[in-house]
Design a protein around this ligand. Structure first.
Ligand code: DLZ
Length: 157
């Protein structure tokens, strides 16, 4: 699943629908904050470029990616059109990486099955910090911006 061939550089933003009347929730994890802040900024910039008002972006900060599930669920209940879950998990020496990645992706999948609106999975799951930098405003673009596009498209389904 390479990012080199699928990032914002290849997307024609004029083809993304206007989102001026839509409302979004963003759950963002503080773990690896320098990465998640860049993802958050990319996400917000893209939403605003499509007309989303500041007051229609609700942000909920959580300690780590594992907590994104609960925050996303709470945001789903707040009359938003889409939720975006932003996190960054970087592989360490133990099994923790696998547990967090599996639980977070599975929990967010469940919210998409049962919740009131879509939840976009913007959790980087990288082997090292360089891979995360490359995908949060680096050479492979900003996955936060791509998540914002997915959120707009899903809100309109
Ligand atoms: C504990 C932990 C570890 C080791 N690594 C990460 C990580 O790379 N990225 C991340 O978002 N969170 C990590 N966490 C924190 C867990 O997501 C969670 O916040 C704690 O286990 C408390 O439930």
């Amino acid at each position: 699943m390479s990012s080199a061939f699928n990032n914002l550089n290849n997307i024609d933003l004029s083809k993304i629908p206007d989102a001026a009347n839509l409302k979004f929730g963003i759950a963002v994890s503080k773990w690896n904050e320098e990465i998640t802040n860049n993802l958050l900024n990319g996400c917000i910039d893209l939403l605003k470029s499509k007309g989303v008002l500041d007051e229609n972006i609700i942000i909920s900060q959580v300690p780590g990616s594992f907590e994104l599930i609960y925050a996303s669920k709470k945001l789903q209940m707040q009359d938003v059109n889409s939720v975006i879950a932003i996190g960054s998990v970087i592989r360490g020496e133990t099994m923790h990486f696998d547990f967090i990645c599996n639980a977070t992706s599975s929990g967010i999948k469940d919210l998409n099955v049962s919740g009131k609106c879509p939840v976009i999975f913007c959790v980087l799951t990288d082997d090292n910090i360089q891979q995360s930098i490359d995908r949060s405003g680096g050479k492979y673009g900003n996955k936060g911006s791509e998540a914002a596009i997915a959120a707009i498209e899903m809100a309109l389904i």
